[in-house]
Design a protein around this ligand. Structure first.
Ligand SMILES: *Cc1c(COP(=O)(O)O)cnc(C)c1O
Length: 440
């Protein structure tokens, strides 16, 4: 399988080239040159998530140097479950995507990418340095996924004092090949530093740089796999397609669901559930495409004003009418998030994170007839314990900590203070390498 850029100005790339590059040279995003076609009957009954992932992803990696390792890579990425749990009395189910090492769905994509890049870099002359600017969730998932992978180092940059205590713990508890920098500045400063580092000749002479960011093709494919496995389970049980409500920011999770439907999985409607950042809902309602600055909300991992994966969605559905028939979008504000967390705990005993609460609110607002017309599934994108400061006052009790997070909370932390200048980052990264290894 070959990959093209959404902007059409880059040479075609192989699967592994697309994974290594992240972004295409013309600034576009990689999309497959063709689409495989599946029927539900192609997947054996009772297939595990890892088996579905292997079968679904195989044609996307066909002919690539990674193809022979794809069974191992998918098993590594999907080594924790994504259970579908009925919400009794609510008339829908919840797909729990938070059972991985950092308790959010990003663990699947980060682990797939880590397993792939480790193999691609096994014979490389220079180390691979992954630079991640993070405002919270992504950095932890990437650090966890790449921790102790040979030939790869990770530098996590986060704004000092601007992430929650639980998030900071997840960003700083790794050690070994992962370094954590508390930058004296904002998230934008962190992002600016990472971009400057990519252009810096002194850094590029000693290492290859990568970003592992959320537009990477390798983050999307395992996400398509859990949507596929869920749709197959619903299809076998109820003989009808599953419809999804997906809490969305950069649209990576929702796009993966769209791709799964596009290759033939039994998926009905796909609803993009947004917080007050309404760039996508406004566009789908017929307004011009208008990226904007993000607004801070309770569902902070979805505070995106210029969702990059929209480019992939529009490549698949050119023209507004096609897009409008492919997906719909809803907006849920902070007040409704708070009310939904309290109400659903009282009604169903379920505790939502603020992101998941947005999808639950979309279901609560849905007219009865539409709700009955499909087997509805909401995606639970993070465990509520990651957002206990928000959730606990609303439900009046403590949120139990899952084992995965409890283990992280016990690890010692180490972070390095960093001035928001390229010279400081360069000094820190180069200084850590023994002189002998700096020689080109
Ligand atoms: C990243 C994230 C989202 C948004 O996912 P996208 O793929 O960017 O749309 C939603 N919820 C949580 C908890 C996240 O970490």
């Amino acid at each position: 399988m070959q990959y093209h850029s959404t902007r059409g100005e880059s040479p075609a790339a192989s699967f592994s080239q697309a994974l290594l590059a992240g972004l295409a040279p013309d600034g576009g995003l990689y999309i497959p040159a063709g689409w495989p076609r599946f029927e539900p009957a192609d997947f054996p009954p009772g297939a595990t998530l890892a088996q579905v992932a292997r079968q679904l992803i195989a044609p996307f990696a066909a002919g690539d140097i990674l193809a022979p390792a794809m069974a191992e890579i998918t098993a590594d990425a999907c080594n924790f479950p994504a259970p579908l749990v009925a919400v009794d009395g609510a008339g829908y189910s919840v797909l729990e995507l938070f059972h991985g090492p950092t308790a959010a769905f990003k663990d699947f994509g980060a682990r797939f990418l880590a397993a792939s890049l480790t193999r691609l870099r096994a014979t490389a002359a220079k180390p691979l340095e992954i630079l991640v600017a993070t405002s919270g969730d992504t950095g932890g998932a990437v650090a966890a996924a790449f921790h102790r992978r040979p030939g790869i180092r990770v530098a996590v940059l986060y704004p000092r004092g601007l992430v929650s205590p639980a998030q900071e713990q997840q960003l700083t508890c790794w050690g070994d090949n992962v370094r954590s920098f508390a930058v004296r500045g904002s998230f934008d400063d962190c992002q600016r530093l990472v971009k400057a580092a990519f252009m810096d000749p002194a850094l590029r002479a000693t290492r290859d740089l990568s970003s592992a960011n959320s537009i990477n093709l390798g983050r999307l494919l395992p996400q398509a796999a859990y949507h596929a496995a869920t749709a197959l389970a619903v299809w076998r049980r109820e003989g009808r397609p599953a419809s999804f409500v997906i809490p969305s920011g950069n649209l990576g999770n929702a796009l993966a669901c769209v791709w799964a439907r596009h290759v033939g999985l039994p998926i009905g409607e796909i609803v993009l559930a947004h917080n007050a950042n309404r760039t996508v809902p406004d566009f789908l309602s017929g307004l011009p495409w208008q990226p904007r600055r993000s607004i801070a909300t309770l569902a902070s991992a979805m505070d995106v004003g210029d969702p990059s994966n929209m480019e992939r969605l529009r490549a698949l559905y050119p023209g507004l009418p096609a897009l409008q028939s492919a997906v719909t979008a809803e907006v849920v504000d902070d007040a409704a998030i708070r009310e939904r967390i309290a109400a659903d705990y009282a009604a169903y005993g379920r505790i939502w994170c603020p992101h998941t609460a947005i999808a639950a609110e979309v279901m609560a607002r849905m007219p009865e007839a539409r709700r009955r017309s499909a087997a509805w599934v909401i995606a639970a994108t993070a465990h509520p314990a990651k957002f206990r400061e928000i959730v606990e006052p609303l439900i009046g009790r403590a949120v139990p900590t899952p084992d995965s997070l409890a283990r992280l909370y016990e690890l010692p932390v180490a972070k390095e203070d960093l001035a928001p200048q390229l010279e400081a980052l360069r000094g820190a990264l180069l200084g850590a390498i023994p002189a002998a290894r700096v020689q080109p």
